[in-house]
Design a protein around this ligand. Sequence first.
Ligand code: PHE
Ligand code: ZN
Length: 869
Amino acid sequence: MSTIIPAVKKRADYRQPDFLIDHVDLEFTLIETTTKVICISKVTRNGSHNKPLILDGEGIQLSSVCINGTEAADYQQTDTSLTIDIDTDTFELRIESIINPKDNSSLEGLYLQAGAYCTQCEAEGFRKITYFLDRPDVLATYDVKIIADKVNFPFLLSNGNKVDSGDLSDGKHWIKWSDPFKKPCYLFALVAGDFDLLEDKFVTQSGRTIALELFVDKGMLGRGQHALDSLKKAMKWDETEFGLEYDLDIYMIVAVDFFNMGAMENKGLNVFNSKFVLADAQTATDEDYFNIEAVIAHEYFHNWTGNRVTCRDWFQLSLKEGLTVFRDQQFSADMSSPIVNRIQNVKVIRERQFAEDASAMSHPIRPDEVIEMNNFYTVTVYDKGSEVIRMLFTLLSKTGFLAGIKLYFKRFDGQAVTCDDFVQAMEDANDKDLSQFRRWYSQSGTPQIVVTDTYDAISKIYRIAFEQKHIATFEQKEKQNLVIPIQFSLLNDKLESLNLGDTDQQQLTLELNETQQCLEFYNVESKPIPSLLHGFSAPVKVDYPYTQQQLGNVMLGSPDEFARWDAGQQLFSNCIHNLAGKTELQQTTSIAETIAMFEPIIESKDISLALKAEILTLPSFETLFQQLDTVNIDALNQSRKQLFKALAQTFQANWLSHYSAFEKQPYAYQSQQVEQRKMQNLALKYLTLSAQPDVEQLLTQQFNNADNMTDSLGVLGAAQLGDLDLFERLMLAFEQKWHADPLVLDKWFALHANTDRSDILARISILMGHSRFTINNPNRVRALIGTFCFFNVAGFHNIDGTGYKFVADYLIKLNEVNPQIAARIITPLIQWQKVDKTRQQLMQLQLMRIGDTKGLSKDLFEKISKSLP
Ligand code: PHE
Ligand code: ZN
């Protein structure tokens, strides 16, 4: 491993800042490699002490430091700081410096890409722009003046309201912005470039008119409408559901092609990865439409949960992210199918969050130790964080939860606070003791709920016991009991739900807070089947010794749609896990028995098409992987394919009728159509796998007639799955058609990266030389390299080690260009804990190689050093 060991920051070490800055005047003169930044801060000493002012800064060329108008000399610089000795308590600090946006490939701080200047400051990027107190508990108002060439950069944007502008003699112009709301510097943003502008308005519940402005690349105006519509829906929803209204008079969104993440909630000026803005029928799938609506809403909701009330320090990240993900999930559920939406959320937890908890990067939703903050924008902080909020919602009821939210804003508006402050507000508003519940914030790992039951036919008593078990995680050995809400019901053998308790209530919520709790039910006529964890009421694994028959009953009879889906998934999972090592006859029988249980589902009328499609979709490889303690990769992959194929063949006639059931309408992103396309494209996959005689014709027909991207990709996905030669021909046609459209080509890169062929590495190498591929663009890298790592099981985990080596070679290069993306893509390589010894060694070998890289980033260092044994 590299020799300089980066420092570990600890949550417990939090101290208030020694100085506060309550107003900032920034002036930017934008020049490619020598942008001038003048930062004038109003500084006050915080408390009585005589410590120096220590500012953060990275890669900045300092020109001058002035205090109260006089040039200062008493300062020291390091690579990451500027220390100023000063005894005044209140002063004006003027720092002038030069930065280089053109050569900034990290996409953090101020960068120039594709002809536009853009900033990204969360978490600690502001320190790459100017020396500053780069921490979220320093809140200031900002006035920003931007100066740039008028022809190339007609739009000069920053947070807040535009207050002044003017032309200069040398072809430059300037615009001045003022943001009246105090904010931490991570919410600062600047964008300069030439765009097409889509404008609209929103009238708030109190009657204020907000100007909405969406900036997209020239020529992309036609793809902006869905994003703008989504924004208006989100604004309305937050008013009706949470009573929260927008505060500034203008809301701007800029779509850029070079962006490390999905989007960023900068005050009044969101910056988005263009992938989460641009959509039309031809280029975007139903899933893209869905994601755009969700991400637009997410960033909008941050205006209250994140911006008005922000985080005291970065360990508290889930304060804003967990809560905002919860809010965007509730919004999406209201906009589309709640059950399908919930299933998608749960897949993220089971496929990725459980994996994180089982890995060397495990951490609680509020981490205790961090080397590189960028490594903690995780599924744990975000998605498990959201599940924790959801449990509060369940435990307190919607009314109680909303009362807590109201108190939270009343207490903390305009402040930087902690997760504990949030829980305290919930506690106080509901008069409920949440001290044990708080452990969800400090404890990592996936709890296991072991459920056992007994039935006594003579006394007619049914007893069901719930036990919580916690296993040690990498960073935390000691575990405590949590408060776990478990929603469940009981089914009799006629698949009716039993009344539980005095009323006709059929679902109970058990608050499991002890190691084991037992419930008794009287006058139960026959042994019931429990339907457990309705709606995925907690982020846990449930262990109950179901027979396949019982699971079949839950799938058909549970009053909870989530539990029905989940039972079906367990049926499939059990079947897959039990195939290995069986004789062929045993395999055939077990597969046939499992599939037969789905017969009542495939033509049933009591569930929506969308839910049906979900039930009939096999659990992903990643989900199956997380169900086991040790995984035989090849066997698991093989068994899953075997069941997939059998499902295709057994129901061939049904797939055909599902495929042909709907009349084509002109594309609209509208729920009935979305459901139909989902079912049709699933059926097409199965038809292809079943080797339906005329399937090539069906595929070609759909490909040629498609008026939308969902249907085109449906064909490519099916042809890829079926390993048809047609796949290559269609891919070629697709590339020719979409050559000039990077966002569409990403789908094409990803399909290539996911093909299950022995020449996969050669294929990817060729694509790396494609004229549209560049290591500088995170979307391209994610599509090609990321897809290979995360999803191409056979290629990545090839037992000859070539997949791992290929990825390591790439990450060594990417480390220099964009450490943040490199550290994301390394994730599958550090998750070696469950695979066989041979693969473990091969993976570790590559981790060591990357670890030895000269100039290894903190991002990769943290993940590699934690994951090497
Ligand atoms: N705060 C952003 C969000 O979740 C994510 C983000 C983090 C974007 C860091 C860029 C950099 O909405
Ligand atoms: Zn967020």
